[in-house]
Design a protein around this ligand. Sequence first.
Ligand SMILES: CC(C)(COP(=O)(O)OP(=O)(O)OC[C@H]1O[C@@H](n2cnc3c(N)ncnc32)[C@H](O)[C@@H]1OP(=O)(O)O)[C@@H](O)C(=O)NCCC(=O)NCCS
Length: 266
Amino acid sequence: MVTVDRLHEYADDDGNVIESPSEFREGVNVRFRGKNNRLVVHERARIVKLDLTFDGDNGTLILGAGTRDGAIRASIRVGQDSTITFGDNVTMTSTSTISAVEGTSITFGDDVMIASGNQFRADDGHAVYDVVTGGRVNKSRSITIGSHVWFAYGACALGGSVVGDGSVIGFNALVTGRIPNNVIAVGSPAKVVRRNVAWERPHLSLTQPPYRPNADGITKTKKYWKLTEEPVGPVTRAKRVVFARGNRSLVARAKRRAKRLLARKA
Ligand SMILES: CC(C)(COP(=O)(O)OP(=O)(O)OC[C@H]1O[C@@H](n2cnc3c(N)ncnc32)[C@H](O)[C@@H]1OP(=O)(O)O)[C@@H](O)C(=O)NCCC(=O)NCCS
């Protein structure tokens, strides 16, 4: 195993590479256990802590640009043929735990705000089998988090989760499936309790004004002020098809973003 404790342009004989035009010396630990892994870091990334292990071969981690809003603080495992992508301005208040193995991906859009005590796990870490058939029960599945999503304290996402743009995942919620855009979802498993909401980053007590009873006078990030696209009412077969298409377009958008970020670095 090779350990690298700073981010800079790096390549080793096993085909592992770090593409990082800027140098990051503090809080970085990258372990390569296998071959042909790739870490791509935007020159304006903001990193407070990156504890990263590539467990297998052909893993990829992409870190987008940061802003003054915050930084990456994460403990990350990338397994065989797996990819984790962070868009621009993804921030964490304290260390998040993130794992993708068995050819899965985890994709975060832009401006995702992650609080403390959060985990994102495309895999369960250990396999569970059906005693009768021998089949695998808990297959690893990819996770897609849209842009401008707020994961509140302790909120987590398991394999198969898809969260639409602009949504809030409440305190200690556990996402296991599909959450639409611009909603509040809470509980375990997370369920939508409010639709047609938008949130803004400025902290309630660290920024002015000291009271915010409504949106009058606040700066709106307009592109994220949208109505929830999922229709309310009973979920008919036709609606399920529409939701599935929506999921596919979110996932397709995430894949295009990853490609774009990689192309930007090439
Ligand atoms: C979800 C949240 C934003 C409140 O949103 P809200 O629209 O005001 O929600 P309400 O208080 O009206 O609650 C709606 C329902 O969800 C329930 N609920 C709210 N938050 C919940 C949570 N985290 N877990 C489980 N249930 C929750 C309420 O009990 C209520 O249920 P009911 O309709 O059966 O009575 C808030 O509860 C929350 O989770 N805040 C995150 C705080 C945090 O972690 N901050 C970190 C700083 S980055």
